[in-house]
Write a protein that binds this ligand. Structure first.
Ligand SMILES: *Cc1c(COP(=O)(O)O)cnc(C)c1O
Length: 458
């Protein structure tokens, strides 16, 4: 018997009220926030799909472990728990605890990067790219060509294009400082990479003596897709699949705010001692001593427990099927989404939904505002607000897609919350031709999406 209802594999011991609001109130909040949901107060939001980063609900076992936190400066018990868990998972000898993923990135890419160096990835996440470019190096994205077709059902759109990788190696040779496989590919729609692809990339890197790095924030979710969709993995546990992937890499960068099921934390793991020694210097200077880095003892305890919980088969099934449930429901109403649905988020094609809104009036921003006004749902525009540029005449050079991301926090919302969001889409679809575009009334020079102000166009 296959039941249709997705059972959350937990019951709720502690609740956090969310404040209900009326559409009139939300319109006022939105005006006060200059039509930019980043500027809303969180208690004005009913369902917060802004990000899955650091928004997980911790388990009773994680909270209990936090009380066991050993805050000794050096050699703490909590460090031993953390180190044991991370080294068992990654198989890497050198483990550097950091306060979040970008701190690990700054250490590794700051050390390896510099002017004239190149990094190659399926898609660099924005903090990854920023740390690489800040060092003076160049970041090149080479997702497989299948990733460009948003609606095809190719199962591994997170793969690296290995033909292009070999061309780039011929072109840039020794100036390539590392190849980064991001699993799942966050900026590419949360799409998974296959083990086969990781093996090929690893072999190419080995052949040329290039460092192969895993950006492993969502490696448990990626393992679920491998077990489901790649031949030869049905017999392995999710954790074993992740271990096989780590075994292919020379280094890994982790934001624990994703698949470690905590609210803050990260780490860097390495196999090579010389590289580890150099990075450890930077860790001590900018994060903290080697046995805590950027973390307190209680944080390391919570990560150690979370990194095991995340591979639980019932949890992963609930996680991936509930994300897919939202995506499939929205798609069944005729709304275009990035397909197949990724692990942590649903990406809606706002350009297709609001065909009457030209890209220079930001259809993605229109959908973000509509979702909030109609249902109190907070999401984020991933289109020309985030990635658009101007030409010399201040005409918009649009981003390739006008997407809106609905990122789902882990273990936070239930199926009824998701069903409510689907109903909000029903309302939006009903009135879609009346939705207006936006113009930007204020914008900073960098990362404008966080703080820009907007005005609806009449
Ligand atoms: C979140 C994220 C990072 C950065 O981690 P932070 O903890 O936010 O600093 C790096 N890479 C990917 C793929 C991410 O999703």
């Amino acid at each position: 018997m296959q039941f249709k209802t997705i059972i959350e594999p937990f019951r709720i011991k502690s609740v956090e009220p969310i404040s209900l609001s009326t559409e009139d109130e939300r319109l006022q909040y939105l005006k006060n926030a200059h039509f930019n949901p980043f500027l809303l107060k969180s208690d004005q939001v009913l369902i917060d799909f802004l990000t899955d980063s650091g928004t997980s609900a911790m388990s009773n076992n994680q909270w209990a472990a936090m009380m066991q936190g050993d805050e000794s400066y050096a050699g703490a018990r909590s460090w031993q728990h953390f180190e044991h868990t991370v080294s068992e998972l990654t198989g890497m000898a050198f483990i550097l605890p950091t306060h979040q993923g970008r701190a690990a990135e700054r250490i590794l890419y700051g050390h390896l990067g510099g002017t004239g160096k190149y990094f190659i990835s399926n898609t660099h996440f924005d903090t990854t790219r920023a740390n690489i470019e800040f060092s003076g190096a160049t970041a090149i994205d080479i997702p497989v060509p299948q990733a460009a077709d948003l609606e095809s059902d190719y199962p591994f759109k997170g793969n690296i294009d290995t033909d292009k990788l070999q061309q780039l190696i011929i072109q840039y040779g020794e100036n390539i400082a590392g190849v980064i496989l991001t699993v799942t590919n966050n900026s590419g729609g949360g799409q998974p990479a296959s083990m086969q692809n990781a093996k090929e990339v690893s072999a190419i890197c080995k052949r040329h003596g290039i460092l192969f790095i895993l950006d492993c924030c969502r490696i448990a979710e990626n393992s679920y897709f491998i077990k489901q969709n790649e031949n030869g993995f049905q017999e392995y546990s999710f954790k074993e699949i992740a271990q096989q992937m780590f075994a292919l890499a020379d280094a890994a960068v982790m934001s624990s705010k994703k698949d470690a099921l905590v609210n803050m934390g990260g780490f860097l793991t390495l196999r090579n001692k010389t590289l580890a020694d150099a990075c450890t210097q930077l860790l001590i200077i900018t994060e903290g001593y080697t046995t805590y880095g950027g973390l307190s003892g209680r944080d390391m305890e919570a990560i150690a427990v979370g990194l095991n919980e995340v591979f639980d088969a019932d949890y992963l099934k609930y996680r991936i099927t509930s994300t897919r449930y939202l995506g499939e429901k929205i798609k069944s109403k005729g709304v275009s989404i990035v397909y197949p649905v990724g692990g942590h988020a649903v990406y809606v094609d706002a350009k297709k939904l609001f065909q009457h809104i030209p890209v220079n009036q930001y259809p993605g921003q229109a959908l973000v505002c509509e979702l909030y006004k109609t249902g109190g749902v907070r999401s984020v525009e991933i289109g020309s607000v985030m990635f658009g540029k101007y030409d010399a005449n201040r005409n918009l050079i649009p981003a390739p897609y006008e997407l809106v991301r609905l990122a789902i926090p882990r273990r936070v919302y239930t199926q009824s919350h998701i069903d409510y969001v689907v109903e909000v889409f029903d309302e939006i679809i009903k009135n879609k031709t009346t939705v207006k575009g936006f113009q930007i009334t204020y914008e900073p020079e960098f990362l404008r999406h966080f703080t820009a102000h907007f005005k609806p166009i009449d």
